[in-house]
Design a protein around this ligand. Sequence first.
Ligand code: NDP
Length: 265
Amino acid sequence: GMTIDFGKKTTPASTVYRVQVVVVTGGNRGLGVSITEALAQANATVAIIYRSAKDAEEVADRLSKKWNQTIKAYQCDVADSAKVRSTFDQIEKDLGEITKVVANSGISVVKPALELTKEDFDFVYGVNVFGVFNTAQAAAALWTKRNQPGSIVVISSMSDTIYNSPITQAFYNSSKGAVSNLTRCLAAEWAPHKIRVNNVNPGFIETDQTMHMDPELRSNQCKEVPLGRFSKPWEQAGQVVYLLSDYSSYQTGSSVYIDGGYLIW
Ligand code: NDP
C-alpha cells in the first residue's frame, strides 16, 4: 500500500513553533496588531514597520511585554524601495536574520471614480502594490543571496474579486486585484528558490477603517455576509501564521478568502 514518508521530522509542528524573525508591515494597528500578537504567541521575534503612527514604539513595547517576545517598531514608508531595503538591513543587525515577511500595509481613497486623481492613484498603488512589491523584493533579495528558503504573506482583500457596493474605492479594489496577481507572479518566479508567496483575502474586519463606517451602512453590509457579521482581526491572523509556517510548505501562489462566506453569494 501507499506509505507516507515524513522523513526525519516528526510533524511540521516541530518547526512551526521555532523562533523566527518576522517583519510585519503595518503591524502597529488594525489587522497588523493581531498578526503581530499571533506570531508572538507562536514564539516569533517581530519587526513592525509603520509609516507615521506616533505610538508605534509604545505598541511594540506593550506587545513585547504581553507576550514576552522581542518586538520592535521601525519607521519606514513601504513605497520607498531604498528605505525598505535599508530598514531590512537594520532589522537584521538588531534582531538577526529575517525568515518570514507579512506585507500587510494598505490604504484606501474613497471617492466616486469621476473625482479620483493621479495623486490618489500614486498614493494607493504606491502602498498597496509597489509597497508590497518592495517589501517582498527586499526579503527575496536577502534570502536568495544566502540561499535560504522563505515565506511571504501578502494581505490582499476579497475586493480583489468582488465589487463592494456602495463603497466607491476603484483604486483600492483594483490595487487589490493587482496585488493578488503580483503574488502569483512572485510565487512562480521564486518557487525555484523555495520562497513561497501567498495571499490572505479578508472580508470585512472590525478595524479603524470599518468601525468609522456609518452604522446603517455597516449593518447593511452585515446582511450581505452569510455568517452575518464582520470578522475580528484575530480571525484573520491564524491563517497568516499558518501560511508562514511549515504546515503550509506545499502551498504557494494561493489566495485564501476569509470572508464569512461573502463570496458564496
Ligand atoms: P489600518 O488602516 O488599521 O492600518 C494600516 C496600517 O498600514 C498602519 O499600520 C499604517 O501605518 C500602515 N501603512 C499605511 N501606509 C503605509 C506606508 N506607506 N508605509 C508603511 N506602512 C504604512 O488597516 P487595516 O488593519 O484595516 O488593514 C490591514 C490590511 O488589510 C490592508 O492591506 C487592508 O487593505 C487589508 N484589508 C482590510 C480590511 C478591513 O475591513 N479593515 C478588509 C480587507 C482587507 P501608520 O499607523 O503609521 O499609518
